[in-house]
Design a protein around this ligand. Structure first.
Ligand code: APR
Ligand code: ZN
Length: 363
């Protein structure tokens, strides 16, 4: 099959013919119909972040089940599914207490070193980024990473449920547990940040302040329910949020992955407020805050969040249903539909902040 392979950190994506194994045990083979370009793939493509290369990136996939391994019970060929990069074993303390995103044994969803690799190129194994490797015509993943969705949802929108939607909306709904009347600030209004905004709106936030550098993103943020927008290029974003929320937000979200904006997230909080850090930070980034004046005295909390504290089998069907009822916006998230060959070019546009979400839809 064809796949956009990344041979090494900093290199270009190249479309190659790769070998795909047959499904074993609880593995599901999915014919990919849509595969989203998330910023996390770009972080790995440019910094490596410890992922062994060569690799197959892409982790936001929707498609049709093509074949299943002998131990798969939940899926059959023809099912419409989303692959979500939350690798959970299903039976550790994290999984059994409803926190699959804190699974203690995610490696159980991978093949063991004595088994043939799922995907290889000229005899060399390809790393499937966060268990998926979605920039390809097909993906072979563990059943635990697969969630069924309604056939009524178009694939390009269903794909976003796998990462951008659950990461963003989940951070607002599950991680922060925003309550009606809370005030919220969201720094970074890309594919993930826009979902934090609509998650906060769904949870009943009174004020949702969107912060970005791109006027086009701020316009989009309003479409997703932001009540106020702040262009961080126009002055002090912290002061602007403090003013708009009458002394600071109850919750702030950093959805970029920069040290400076993470510090801003803490500084724009009210007394007792919580900063949720979502953006993938470069190794070595630190917070430079005055511990007493900025944390202890104002009783602020700083929380690291992964995958929006999501239970995929509970949450993905929920967002899908809300979308079909017209209560959750997936349509305006998809800004570009591209081919496998256009991934590199499209990531350059994403790095420039020009697109919400590009999705590979032509294979
Ligand atoms: N201040 C405000 N906004 C900024 C700044 C800044 N200093 N720098 C960048 N931005 C904005 C960009 O204009 C863009 O709209 O942040 C947004 C980032 O969006 P995307 O590039 O689309 O990234 P996304 O896919 O949403 O991911 C955001 O979350 O899950 C993580 O790995 C992901 O770290 C990434 C983050
Ligand atoms: Zn992602």
């Amino acid at each position: 099959m064809k796949a956009a392979v990344l041979e090494g950190t900093g290199q270009a994506f190249t479309v190659r013919d790769v070998q795909l194994a047959d499904p074993l045990g609880r593995e599901v083979l999915i014919e990919v119909k849509a595969s989203g370009l998330c910023h996390s793939d770009l972080h790995v493509a440019s910094n490596g972040a410890g992922f062994p290369m060569p690799a197959l990136l892409g982790h936001e996939v929707a498609g049709v089940v093509a074949a299943v391994g002998p131990d798969v019970t939940e899926f059959s060929p023809g099912d419409h599914v989303v692959a979500s990069p939350i690798s959970s074993c299903g039976h550790c303390t994290g999984c059994l207490t409803g926190r699959p995103y804190q699974c203690r044994a995610p490696q159980e969803t991978q093949r063991t070193p004595d088994q043939a690799p799922r995907i290889s190129l000229g005899g060399q194994a390809l790393t499937q980024f966060i268990g998926i490797g979605g920039f390809a015509e097909q993906v072979l993943v563990h059943e635990q990473l697969v969630v069924g969705v309604s056939k009524d949802i178009p694939f390009d929108r269903a794909a976003l449920l796998g990462c951008g939607v659950v990461t963003g909306a989940g951070a607002a709904i599950n991680s922060a547990r925003i309550r009606p009347g809370d005030t919220v600030a969201v720094i970074g209004c890309g594919g993930v940040g826009l979902n934090v905004i609509q998650g906060a709106v769904l949870a009943g936030a009174r004020r949702v302040v969107a912060v970005d550098l791109q006027p086009a993103k701020l316009e989009l943020a309003k479409k997703f329910g932001a009540t106020d927008v702040v262009n961080a290029g126009d002055g002090d974003a912290v002061q602007a949020v403090q003013d708009l929320t009458g002394g600071g937000a109850d919750f702030s979200f950093e959805v970029i992955g920069r040290q400076s904006t993470a510090e801003q997230a803490v500084r724009m909080l009210t007394v007792g407020g919580t900063a949720l850090l979502i953006g993938v930070q470069k190794p070595g980034n630190r917070l430079d805050l005055d511990l007493f004046g900025e944390i202890v005295l104002p009783q602020r909390r700083i929380v690291g969040v992964a995958m929006g504290s999501t239970s995929p089998h509970r949450d993905i069907p929920m967002y899908a249903e809300l979308y079909l009822q017209g209560r959750f916006n997936l349509d305006d998230l998809v800004s570009d539909r591209i081919t496998l060959d256009e991934i590199g070019q499209s990531y350059q546009l994403l790095a420039g902040g020009a697109v919400a979400r590009a999705v590979v839809t032509k294979f």
